[in-house]
Design a protein. Sequence first.
Lengths: 413, 271
Amino acid sequence: MGLLLFAMSDPIEKSNQPAAHALGNPVTKVLGSLKFALTVILLLALACIAGTLIPQGAQVEPYLARPGGHPVLGMLSALGLTRVFYSWWFVGLLFALASSLMVCTGRRYHAIKRAKGAARIRVIGSFITHVSLLLVLAGGVVRVIWGQKGMIQFREGEIVESAESPDGPMALPFSLRLSKFELEFHKNPEESKDATGDRLQVQWAEKNWVTHFSTELNVEHPVTPPDAAAGSRPSFVVKVLRHVSDFAIDGTTGEVMSRSDEPNNPAVQISVVAGGVTNRQWVFARFPDFGSHDVLDAAAMPLKFRFQAAESAGRGRQGSIKAFKSTIEVVENGAVVSTRVIAVNSPFSWKGFSFYQTSYNPDDLAWSALQVVRDPGVPIVYAGFILMMAGLTLVFCVGPWLGEQRRTTGGIP
Amino acid sequence: MTSILNMTVLFNVSLAVYFCAMVASVIGLMSRRRFFDVAANGLIVVGVSIQTIYLGMRWVEAGRAPFSNMFESLVLFGWTVSVVYLLLRIRAKLPWLAAASAALSALALAHASTFESEIRPLMPALQSNWLSFHVMTCFLGYGAFAISSLAAVGFLIASRERSTAQGETRQTLETIVAQTISFGFLFLTLGILTGAVWANSAWGTYWSWDPKETWSLITWFIYAGFLHFNFVRGWRGRRAAWISIIGFVSVLFTYYGVNFLLAGLHSYAKS
Ligand code: HEM
């Protein structure tokens, strides 16, 4: 039914036009004219087009930094066209829009009293819409003047009292401690059934030699040094004995077990036979530097193993990560006053500072990065958003609908 | 597995139904037989219903709103175009608009079928209800703008010929151009605002001037210009029709151009 409400709209009647006496001041006369407003909007649109078609900011710097620079980009940069949205003239255009809006809304306010019936709803709606635009712009100004932005990087157990920002450290009125960081993966049934995604990397550092074996159980992989004569006996035979997806040691029996089918801590147990001696060890996908040997000590083993589980190989791919979250504690005067979990799309605010989960490190799962933002303009901007929708609804739905009602019931328009 | 198979069937059937609707309305236009016009509209209703079931199944299958990549958004676009057409149909009868919108829905689905349709898990930043709401509202806006530009093209063609019957059509078309833009503007605004709220909850910035955001703002400016020209200045006819067409070109650039030509924050939504 929606479109039914978008009734035929006639041009705003003469009675809604500003009265001549309101146009006394020549400055407000220009600023309040629709011609001026539409010119500013057109210029803003053109500036936006330029700002997306011309490479901006950080994209350009490497070219300019090259010896001799870059002729075209150098010129555009000199003209301020490589930082369009932060240039004085773009900000000037936004101010021009704001001044125009101020004069218009001031004037529309009087029109509300004159308008009658359904047309009045429309004028009220349009007034609210224009005021809401001013609020959004004002919120943006508040952000630019009083807003702060920084970054926190810490590891589990660490505590920070300030964030890093391009303008130096940004002090926080409290401390934050990262008590836990978690990375979750999407369950990918196909991948975990198919062991081909898993690989065992074998590295023989001395010989500068690396290879990969599949992790199929009990298959013997001979390792021959690359410099050995053809047909000579392999120096090592590597075999995968066991595979667990969530490695754990049973506290009572001391046996290795898999806590679940989730690939939380994938590990393989391998055996390496060298000169008649069998050496067994566990290799962990998530903790490549951790290994337990039971016969040879680590130093005596020239081969280094890495277990590249399909899940962890996919860690770099964005789609396979389901969530990453930090459990943080807010510390004030040495006491923990709040504990919260922060995840992407689920920020946490405390005393005007908001914390956003932004990053993780696939090679250091205890590390977490948070963005810190203090933006006192957000409530103003959001108020603007709500008013804008309310105003547009009055203009485009309620007004026409009322007009329709009166037309069909034969009431006064 | 069976539901994925059923879904593919539903997808193909909806595409075929839109195609038949287009053919029926073209025959109706040429033969001036009422039957074909009724059949075309009936087929569009069927197409929208099948697509609604399809979207619902995909939603359940994926466990999230199915609006996250090129394939899914094109399917959504095909749906919104026909939905907006049907909403308009309640008020005005325009056989050739049925042909044009059925053709556009079919085209959107045919184009969707060239993209990967597999349901993929989402990266964390995309797991947000605000985002689903953002895409849904933007696309309702785009659907309305698409119909508006089709009506605008129709208007430009109709205004070349001079007969009284054409005059009536012209007036209806003018009204449709303006009405669909009002509808579209409301939804595009809601789409931009929910997008800003999403960005703020994911990154702590509601606006960062990335190309997609900026282009949606350009589109918004164009239609804001239309509203002032049309409702305040009383611009009608050819000039209004041209603004509607320029506006839709900007929509297309926001959608395709930015994904394929310009890189930005939104570029991960490409695949
Ligand atoms: C991009 C910013 C703007 C947006 C989104 C916007 C939006 C709107 C909307 C939705 C309407 C209602 C149209 C209708 O009644 O059908 C309107 C009307 C109007 N706008 Fe704007 N506007 C903007 C900027 C401006 C500016 C800067 C001026 C200053 C001259 C202005 C002056 C007017 C006037 C005079 C009317 C009609 C009178 C009324 O209904 O109150 N607008 N605008």
